[in-house]
Unconditional design. Structure first.
Length: 215
């Protein structure tokens, strides 16, 4: 049993990860700006501002695993990378493993091929900044983190989000930084993404790695 802190624990991915972790008996803290509509029994919900380092530090203290499940939009559009760099630094200082909910665009269509994000010409203008900011975590920030930080960046498929909820199948496919389904981007439901995410945490087989979960 681990103490798992999910930053962004009431969002689409974060809430599914919180639910899966709690169901497995882990000690779970969900940190977010807003309270959940339907809180889960046994989960410690903490409200606060992710841009406040003192608040983050108090929540992360004592954690075995820190999950960064934030999105580079809204209130975090301009501070997303800095907040994640702060989380990385805090996790490293506390010898906690860091797992990051990533995006599809940072994956590759084939081994050694350019990442999807490297050709952003087909991105809708309104999503361009969000996608580039999210991908910067794995392209620049995490590789530059101190070697003592144990991190895993977990990319979902293209069809992942509240716009494509899908159904729980009770399974998933695991890949590295090459998309499991490069032809159409693939899909996965939030519960199955969370299933794979917790398996990654519990099995502890990936370190300073970029992986992909999809159906």
């Amino acid at each position: 049993m681990s103490r798992i802190v999910v930053i962004g624990g009431t969002g689409y991915a974060g809430s599914a990860i919180v639910a899966e972790a709690a169901a497995r008996g882990h000690v779970v803290t969900a940190f977010s700006r807003s309270a959940p509509a339907e809180p889960l029994e046994g989960v410690d919900y903490v409200q606060g501002d992710a841009t406040d380092e003192a608040t983050l530090a108090s929540v992360v203290a004592g954690a075995d695993v820190v999950v960064a499940a934030l999105a580079p939009r809204g209130a975090l559009a301009s501070s997303f990378r800095e907040v994640n760099r702060t989380l990385a630094r805090l996790a490293d200082a506390r010898h906690a493993r860091l797992f990051v909910v990533g995006g599809f665009s940072s994956l590759r269509p084939a081994a050694a091929a350019p990442r999807f994000v490297e050709d952003a010409t087909d991105l809708p203008t309104e999503l361009r900044d969000e996608v580039l900011t999210g991908a910067a975590l794995i392209l620049e920030d995490l590789p530059a983190a101190p070697p003592t930080l144990d991190w895993v960046f977990v990319s979902p498929p293209r069809m992942f989000g509240s716009f494509a909820p899908g159904e729980r199948r009770g399974g998933y496919r695991l890949g590295n930084d090459v998309a499991v389904s490069p032809e159409d981007g693939g899909a996965i439901s939030a519960p199955d993404y969370a299933l794979g995410f917790l398996d990654l945490i519990e099995r502890d087989e990936h370190h300073r790695a970029h992986v992909n979960l999809a159906h």
